[in-house]
Design a protein around this ligand. Structure first.
Ligand code: COS
Length: 384
């Protein structure tokens, strides 16, 4: 099996660094953080120490400007070790890329260097209790009075929101306008009128906090508005076009971890006088798992490379990559549990965690049903 021949030296270097950090400093703690549903302080420290938070940030703002393929390579390696920690890692570009896409020079100077250094964490908040897949129906309002806006409402499912210093929050200046009313704001954690809400108890990615946000007459100066009024939905969607490959990469990491574990176990576990890997039934399962992971990785890399190459409009490929990789992770992790048999169903082995963690890959950053809607819309154009 050959290494990915198309990676540059820099991309190989960052992938190898992420692999080392993931295997030496993150994987050893993953089961503990999952079991205790606690924040992965040690793992997050390892990410800050290694400088990986700056991968997507331009050099002029203190980052390493390595692009979306590099971000995907890092996300896969981290996803192999701990999907919860990787979700925390991914919330950062998800919250920060909108600043790069739509921020003023002042906003970029204020936030990006701190985000690149890992001194500041960012998060992204689009969803609400009543607005998930139908993101344009969100109801949190921003009313302008003079040179400030007053925000009221509630957001939901904000990954890493309780550890974020700044959250890119999407609200509306006119709910009647749907997407055309949506406006983005940069909300700092200590602004009066902003409060964290319920923290969810989840099936998987348990060391990644998922929280609600509440706004009660929360006044923010106009300088914290990101882009113009009504531009927020496009900023939100353009960001997802850039981060869905990263999320797909995280799913590839989970799939690869499940495949590695299942292949190793199949060579070790003996039944009927031989390793179960000698049975064609197991071999075919492993071969199918390997193909799923490989195809997912190539789709992720293609969508990420489009962004790095400046190709406009990678919506189709980004949704395909996220959808395929999420489905592949779920299938491969489920098959890994099957190969482990009864042992796979216990908490003694990591495959049950991979299976629980894989499930969210089909749900967040747009469910895989929404990805299929986007793919079909792009495919059919205006003709359906
Ligand atoms: N890039 C740029 N602009 C985009 C875009 C993209 N990828 N996708 C949509 N837009 C624009 C459209 O062009 C349209 O603008 P115009 O009216 O000027 O043409 C506007 O945004 C509204 O688009 P659309 O009509 O397609 O919006 P819908 O309400 O039909 O919703 C979906 C589109 C379903 C794709 C969107 O709501 C979605 O992605 N939902 C899932 C949300 C999600 O991923 N949540 C997870 C958050 S992170 S955990």
């Amino acid at each position: 099996m050959n290494d990915l021949f198309y990676l540059t030296e820099d991309q190989r270097m960052i992938r190898d660094l992420a692999r080392k950090v993931a295997r030496d400093r993150i994987a050893p703690h993953a089961a503990h953080y999952d079991e205790t549903e606690s924040y992965p302080t040690e793992s997050m420290r390892a990410l800050v120490d290694s400088g990986l938070f700056g991968v997507w940030v331009p050099e002029e703002y203190g980052g390493t400007n390595m692009g979306c393929l590099a971000l995907a390579l890092v996300a896969e390696e981290l996803g192999w070790a701990c999907a919860g920690t990787t979700t925390n890692f991914g919330a950062h570009p998800l919250g920060g890329l909108p600043i790069l896409l739509a921020g003023t020079t002042e906003q970029k100077k204020k936030y990006l260097p701190r985000l690149a250094a890992g001194e500041f964490m960012a998060a992204y908040s689009l969803s609400e209790p009543g607005a998930g897949s139908d993101a344009a129906s969100l109801r949190t309002t921003a009313v302008r009075t003079g040179d400030r806006y007053v925000l009221n409402g509630a957001k939901q499912w904000c990954s890493h929101g309780d550890h974020a210093d700044v959250i890119t929050v999407f609200v509306t200046v006119d709910p009647g306008k749907r997407a055309k009313g949506i406006t983005a704001f940069l909300i700092e954690k200590d602004v009066p009128g902003f409060a964290l809400g319920k923290k969810e108890r989840k099936m998987g990615i348990r060391c990644s906090p998922t929280v609600a946000l509440h706004f009660t007459d929360c006044a923010v100066p106009i300088e914290q508005r990101l882009g113009e009024e009504g531009e927020g939905f496009k900023i939100a969607m353009q960001t997802l076009d850039m981060t869905r490959p990263m999320t797909g990469a995280m799913a590839v990491g989970i799939g690869q971890a499940a495949l590695d574990a299942a292949a190793a176990y199949a060579k070790e576990r003996r039944q009927f006088g031989q390793p179960i890997a000698a049975f064609q039934g197991i071999q075919f399962m492993l071969a199918d798992m390997a193909m799923q992971v490989h195809a997912a990785r190539l789709m992720v890399h293609h969508a990420a490379r489009q962004i790095d190459a400046g190709v406009r409009g990678n919506t189709y490929e980004a949704s395909m990559a996220k959808c395929w990789a999420g489905d592949a992770a779920m299938k491969v992790a489920t098959d890994a549990v099957q190969i482990f048999g009864g042992y796979g169903y216990t908490r003694e082995f990591p495959v049950e965690r991979y299976m629980r963690d894989a499930k969210i890959m089909q749900i967040y950053e747009g469910t895989n049903q929404i990805q299929r809607m986007i793919i079909a819309k792009e495919l059919l154009g205006g003709g359906a």
